[in-house]
Design a protein around this ligand. Structure first.
Ligand SMILES: Cc1cc2nc3c(=O)[nH]c(=O)nc-3n(C[C@H](O)[C@H](O)[C@H](O)COP(=O)(O)OP(=O)(O)OC[C@H]3O[C@@H](n4cnc5c(N)ncnc54)[C@H](O)[C@@H]3O)c2cc1C
Length: 411
């Protein structure tokens, strides 16, 4: 096999649903990320957070509002434009933490406010959110309930004019510095599928406290917080969507979160693959370039195939999701939004399951090809492995994805 064949293996053809306009956006995002994010990642990882100003800068350039209408200061694009941003941020940035912080805000905290919020709520949180002036977080997981979303214990009791919230949340991305928290709470004694609501809690509300900034294996430049709520008074205008239908809002949101993770994983695998291909072409052992050992060449062939499969499964899920979502853009009934995106449930679930394991194993294989250098921080490969380990856990574990798929098969 000639070296030129190896070179071509890593090349990408444009696949649907992406078109030329998306590829142009890809170039713009890549230039920005390479110039303003990638050079600072090591420093931000050490500091255990990227600067808050980065939200503002991304807002200024329009990257936080790609899929939101212009009337809210968005770019008037679709989820496909966001997909480009997510993939390139991960590919060119090389930091799971930076991507996690920016995307927790733009992909999981803002969407439910936009989809289910009133005009007033959109003005309050979406407009400054798109500008990067306010930072959002999504609060579902609790110390006693992660996969079992219906089992959350945080309770919002009804009082005149609103709610009083007591409870706690954990593992919340942007939890330490969020200005607003889209928070799931029980609004009936039983809770469960018909007794959970989404409330927007705001920094500064008495009784809302950041209990701890958590230390973790990867995603070092993102903040992950544990939050506690003691008699937090939340006005009724902070209720998002219909009362007691929060479970459906959560489910509607999971689809895009999981798809975003699949797209980020595609970017992550391309990054480690490309870096490692260069390395294997230059590094010598036993008088040969290591990429010319058959064992190493085969690793690249397998990784390239797996990356192409990941792109295909993620982009197909994106195509189906975007079609359903655009059709339901004006629906405020969570069940209808779920219905509209349920056409892609199977594909999104498969994409999340397949890509999160793939990026972890590809990053580990790339570390192996780097030998001892892969274990050193300066090559960024060890970070890729640590960051990728979150994928099979966050946004619904591999086991939960398999449960969804198994049930769809009638099992
Ligand atoms: C860095 C980080 C950032 C995060 N960011 C956020 C955030 O911004 N907002 C938020 O709300 N949450 C966030 N999470 C939480 C994340 O979504 C949960 O960790 C995840 O859903 C799993 O929940 P758990 O950790 O409680 O695990 P558990 O639910 O306790 O699961 C433990 C194990 O049991 C398995 N298991 C559970 N149920 C089943 C079942 N029915 N069948 C088979 N196996 C099962 C799981 O797959 C897992 O292996 C974050 C987590 C991390 C680590």
């Amino acid at each position: 096999m000639s070296p030129s064949v190896i070179e071509n293996t890593g090349e990408r053809a444009t696949l649907p649903p992406f078109r030329n306009e998306h590829e142009e956006l890809r170039e713009t995002v890549r230039r920005f990320v390479r110039a303003e994010i990638a050079p600072h990642v090591d420093e931000w990882e050490d500091a255990r957070e990227f600067p808050r100003d980065l939200f503002r800068r991304c807002g200024e350039l329009g990257f936080l509002g790609l899929k939101f209408p212009e009337v809210y200061d968005g770019q008037g694009g679709t989820h496909v434009h966001d997909a480009v941003w997510i993939e390139e941020l991960s590919r060119a940035g090389g930091s799971g933490g930076v991507a996690a912080g920016l995307n927790a805000h733009a992909q999981i905290a803002m969407p439910p406010v936009f989809t289910f919020g009133t005009e007033e709520q959109r003005r309050r949180w979406i407009v400054p959110g798109i500008r990067g002036e306010l930072v959002g977080a999504l609060g579902i997981t609790e110390p006693g309930a992660g996969s079992d979303v219906a089992g959350i214990r945080t309770a919002a009791s009804t009082v005149s004019g609103g709610y009083v919230v007591n409870g706690s949340k954990t593992f919340i991305t942007n939890g330490v510095r969020a200005d607003f928290l889209v928070c799931a709470a029980r609004t009936t004694e039983e809770g469960g599928h018909h007794g959970i609501s989404f409330l927007v809690l705001e920094r500064g509300m008495p009784g809302y406290e950041v209990a701890r900034k958590l230390d973790k294996m990867g995603w070092h430049s993102s903040d992950t917080g544990e939050l506690s709520f003691t008699d937090v008074e939340v006005p009724e205008e902070n209720l998002l969507g219909p009362e007691n239908q929060g479970f459906y809002l959560i489910m509607a949101n999971f689809q895009w979160e999981r798809l975003s993770m699949a797209l980020g994983a595609v970017g992550g695998m391309l990054r480690v693959f490309e870096t490692t291909l260069e390395y294997a072409k230059g590094r010598e052992a036993f008088g040969r370039r290591i990429g010319h050992f058959q064992a190493i060449r085969h690793k690249f062939a397998e990784m390239a195939t797996r990356i192409e499969a990941s792109r295909a499964i993620a982009y197909n899920a994106l195509r189906l999701f975007a079609e359903g979502c655009d059709a339901s853009a004006t629906e405020a009934d969570p069940r209808k939004v779920i219905e509209a995106t349920s056409g892609s449930l199977r594909e999104v679930t498969m994409a999340k399951l397949f890509t999160q394991r793939a990026v972890l194993e590809i990053a580990d294989e790339c570390l192996q090809i780097h030998g001892g250098y892969g274990y050193m921080r300066e090559y960024g490969i060890e970070r890729a492995v640590r960051d990728a380990r979150l994928g099979p856990i966050g946004g619904g574990t591999d086991e939960v994805m398999k449960e969804i798929l198994g049930r769809q098969l009638g099992l």
